[in-house]
Design a protein around this ligand. Structure first.
Ligand code: DSN
Length: 419
């Protein structure tokens, strides 16, 4: 295992080995991360990395692409079947490049887009002023209500009628509740806007029927493949057949050159996995685990935005505790629990500080943990929150984290081979 890297580059080898242990020994609660199968891992590390395959199956700009054509066709067919979509493009290198392709397929620079504020749970590429989406387009932002931290669909409707956007964007990175795609679609239809749903966080739940699908309602749907979908890092776009030609041209040659075909192949492998009953059961467990973790945290007196969760994540609201998001992220990190600080809606703190921490269950569920372990994890988080600067207490939590993680081995064969 990795014997060549070990010999030729001991520095990188040592870091890879250390990261293997970090993932296996701790608890991964970042809501947008997961652990891919060994089949996906193997596929990413194949000779498929060697080849240029600019273009699409049957229409490449390089020779020698016959196997790549078949791989990409397989992946596309699986994506269409899994999500009931008319067309799929598996080439985007990331969620951001997938979204870039959709923006450029629909809008001219300067046109108006209505999208969810990043600091209310949206995404960077949904109009943040520091992102291409905020720099190239006129962004009108909607958010959540202060009273219950839920999307105010009446506000979305009002803003849509007032600003007549060319496109409405739905989808979130830190919103713990079910999204109402039919409502977004009826608002978009009423003002003649294109509806674009970024389902990156919930794609696995959608595939398994654990969250309503945006596909029947939206003109374009994008996702990353590495979150709940549990594939390699990358992006994907679904759309109606009538929009496919322009969309494909905005991915290549519009935004990208050669696709990462080792990653496209790994996407095909992950999509095949996602079509199995075992994957649907996994997604059901993610949701059950999120509910159990939320209940455990609430029972410990920890406040959550919206008071709980419908999906795979929750947002701890630290306002009034005297602890900020960055402090809790660091303290949990000391205890080998990995999370990310996150703005809560109407946060008085800056993005580098925040009053929130986002917590998700996809990765620990992949390890085989269930509701009993979620309740234990809630206790561990609460212990850290009570004494975030107490080194002895953090060390005691870390010992308990290690013991819990050891009961649910991760990549055991690989970790053993690395030594
Ligand atoms: N960066 C991603 C996340 O962590 O949610 C959003 O796409």
């Amino acid at each position: 295992m990795l014997e060549h890297v070990r010999q030729t580059d001991p520095d990188v080898y040592a870091l890879i080995k250390a990261e293997h242990h970090r993932q296996a020994d701790g608890l991964e609660l970042i809501a947008s991360e997961n652990f891919v199968s060994e089949a996906v891992l193997e596929t990413v590390g194949t000779v498929l990395t060697n080849k240029y395959a600019e273009g699409y199956p049957g229409k490449r700009y390089y020779g020698g692409c016959r196997y790549y054509d078949d791989i990409e066709r397989l992946g596309i067919a699986r994506a269409k079947k899994l999500f009931g979509a008319e067309h799929a493009n598996l080439q985007p290198h990331s969620g951001a490049s997938a979204n870039f392709a959709v923006y450029t397929a629909v809008m001219k620079p300067g046109e108006t887009v209505l999208a969810m504020r990043l600091d209310h749970g949206g995404h960077l590429t949904h109009g943040s002023p520091v992102n291409f989406s905020g720099r190239m387009y006129n962004v009108v932002a909607y958010g959540v209500r202060e009273s219950d931290q839920r999307i105010d669909y009446d506000e979305v409707e009002r803003l849509a009628h007032q600003h007549k956007p060319r496109m409405i964007v739905a989808g979130a990175s830190a919103y713990p509740r079910t999204l109402d795609f039919p409502r977004f679609a009826s608002i978009a239809k009423a003002v003649g806007a294109v509806l674009f749903v970024d389902m990156a966080h919930i794609a696995g739940l959608v595939a398994a029927g654990e969250h309503p699908s945006p596909v029947p309602h939206a003109d374009y749907v994008t996702t990353t493949t590495h979150k709940t979908l549990r594939g390699p890092r990358g992006g994907m776009i679904l759309c109606r057949e009538s929009l496919a030609k322009t969309l494909d041209s905005r991915v290549f040659p519009g935004a990208q050159g050669g696709p990462l075909m080792h990653v496209v192949a790994a996407k095909a492998v992950c999509l095949q996995e996602a079509l199995t009953p075992a994957f649907a059961e996994y997604q059901r467990q993610i949701v059950k685990n999120a509910r159990a973790l939320a209940q455990g945290l609430l029972a410990q007196g920890v406040k959550l935005t919206t008071g709980g969760t419908d999906n795979h994540l929750m947002l701890i609201d630290l306002r009034g505790t005297g602890v900020t998001g960055n402090v809790l992220e660091d303290a949990l990190g000391e205890a080998d629990i990995t999370v990310n600080k996150n703005m809560v809606p109407y946060d008085p703190e800056k993005p580098a500080t925040t009053s929130g921490v986002r917590v998700g269950t996809p990765a620990v569920t992949t390890r085989g943990m269930g509701e009993a372990e979620m309740s234990a994890i809630a206790d561990l988080i609460a212990r850290v929150l009570r004494a975030p600067t107490d080194a002895a207490s953090l060390a005691a939590v870390r010992a308990d984290v290690r013991a819990l993680a050891a009961r649910f081995p991760l990549y055991a064969r690989l970790v053993a081979a690395l030594g």
